[in-house]
Structures are given as C-alpha cells and as structure tokens.
Design a binder for this molecule. Sequence first.
Ligand code: KIV
Ligand code: ZN
Length: 393
Amino acid sequence: MPERLVIFDTTLRDGEQSPGCSMHVEEKLKMARQLDRLGVDVIEAGFPIASRGDFEAVQLIAREVRRPIIAGLARAKKEDVECLAKALAPAARSRIHIVLATSDLHLEHKLKISRAQAMDQSISAVRLAKSLCDDVEFSPEDATRSDPDFLCRMLEAVIEAGATTVNIPDTVGYTLPQEFSALIKRIRDEVRGIEKATISVHCHDDLGLAVANSLAGIEAGARQVECTMNGIGERAGNAALEELVMAMHVRSDRLRFTTGVQTDEIFASSTLLSEIVRCWPQPNKAIVGRNAFAHEAGIHQHGMMTNPLCYEIMTPESVGVAGTKLVLGKHSGRHALSRRLEELGHPLHGPELDRLYGQFTELADRKKSIYDQDLLSLVAQTDSKRLMDIATA
Ligand code: KIV
Ligand code: ZN
C-alpha cells in the first residue's frame, strides 16, 4: 500500500523570497486559494514578523482558507513566535515553523552564538510555540553543512520540547543525493524520539539537485516534502512541486507514495503564479514550461502521431495542459506539415506536398518559427503557380 506524503507548499514564503517575486496581500490570498484547489496539505503563508503586509497576508489566509494547515515562519525568538501565533489565530488548523541555524558557519559568522546558546534558544522557542499551538515544526537551517552529531542532538532536544515535524533544509543546495539520503537515514537511526515526529526535507536548487535530493530524502524516510510552484525561491529556487508530484505519479512503480495533489490543477497553479509575480518559467522547464509538451523534430512528430507514448511519459491533460503541440520548424517532417495543412483546410498530397515541403524547409532555415500565416502564404504561392500552369497550358 503506497504511503501518503505531506506536501508542504512554501511558494508564499520561500518562493516569495525569490528576487522580484514579492506579492501583495490580495495576490497571496488568490494564490493560497489555488493551492487549496491543487490539494497541498500545508501552505506556508509568510513570515509575519518581517512586515505588516506579511502579517496581514498570513492572518487573511488563515481566516479564509480552511482545508489545508496554514503555517508561518518564525525565528527562534519570543517576539517572532508570538507575532506568528497571533497571525495564525483565525486558522482552522495552524502550524508554527521555527528556524535556527545549526552549522558552525552560520552560528559563528551570522548569529554569533555558541552551539549551547543555539540549543537553549531553540528549546525555549519550541516550548513557547507548543504552548500556543499543537503543531510545531523546527528547521535547523543549513543542516547539510552542520556537524551531524550536533544536528542529531538538536533534533532530539526540539522533539523533547514538543516539535512534531523536524525539517532538514539543504539551505544552500550543496548536498548530493547519496549524501542527503545518508543524512536522513542517520537521523532516523540515531535521533532519540524521532518516531514522535515527521521528518521533512527542504531542498534548494543551487546545483540543480533540489528535486533529486528531495526524492532521495523521501526514499530514506522523510514523509513531508517542502516545495514551491514553478520551483521559485531564494537564489536558484526550491524543489519544484510539479516535478516532485509528477515524478511520483509517473514512476509510481519505484516511488510508492501518494499525495493529495490534483495533478490536473498543476498548470492553472503555475500560470496563476506566473501572472502574479510576472515571471514565467523557462520554456524548457519540466512539466510547466511552454515546450514541455511541444515536439519539433520530424521523427518525434511522426512518433507522436503514431502513438504519443513514443515521446510523452505523461499526458498534457494529466497536468491540466490542453494538448500536445507539434511545432513546425526546420526539424519537422512531411507528416507534421501535411497534418497542419489539412487542419488549415488545405490538404496537399504527392508532388504538391513535396514542392511545398521543399519551400517550407527553405523558409525554416531562415526563420526560427513557422506560423500558420507562413504556411498559408506558401499555399497561396502554390495555388497561383497552379493557375499560371493551367493558363499557359
Ligand atoms: O532554506 C532554508 O533553510 C529555509 C528554512 C527557513 C527552512 O528556508
Ligand atoms: Zn529555504
């Protein structure tokens, strides 16, 4: 029986930290409603101590979006935790998410505190959070560059203090899949009391490994994954929700997990986010890029026309995309051209099709994209040549 994985969406918190992607309160609410339709389990709505706008956004989402758990972020500080608890107060179900770094690099240079101080601060913050909310998550920031022994002791301490989820962030996207999987396994094996908490993973994409690392973490025992729509987030972004979910769908033979995500809402969620932040995924972005279901090469187009399984491992409809696109360009073949001409109401066969195909490839060598208008003018040229031939015959 496949196990159920918790999808923790942080588009509205970590995603919003992506340069140029900040959102107004109303925009955040609109996106949160779409994430609810998408079926995520947890929505991290913001970081309320950071600004009045974020406080209002978390509060509004907590009031209006009733099915998912609404989470917010707080540093391990009294004022942060209290501010977050206040913003989350209207929620049907809420979660306080506390972060404090555990790597010596961050402790010495950023926070300027000792390991012992970090431990005390985390325990106090989790205890306070627990007195305000049953559901408490703790993230040891920069976990993958932390001393694993200290990391494990920290996790034991925060679980003892009441944390119900322990999230392992690869904050700077530094880890490799095998290392990350070994770390999650070590946490499972070594941390006393780990059975009382859910292990979560939170991977950044600085080396393009966020999704691979997340999947490695899940295979090693994590049961919550943190991700964002379109993979937006700090620097190179976070693990992309659409890639994680579709990997689990397409490769359910190996990845035996289910999620609550309605996959046919993926494209609508991606598009809404792009419209709000005015930043579109690159064309070749997996699942949601505009070329994700487009085929140009002749052999691919022919294969697609014969049986889409030749070149598509999922249907566009399964992620809410209207259909496959056969793009006409210099790599396209006669089959695709003939089909498009037929769709445009100009079926051509035999020598006429051959002649037009020749003109089409010449044009495609000069032009990057061939539009219907280009084809129609080639057809018009063929028609006038045919009339001339008849007249001079
Ligand atoms: O990347 C990170 O470490 C974070 C934490 C707040 C989980 O975003
Ligand atoms: Zn992050």
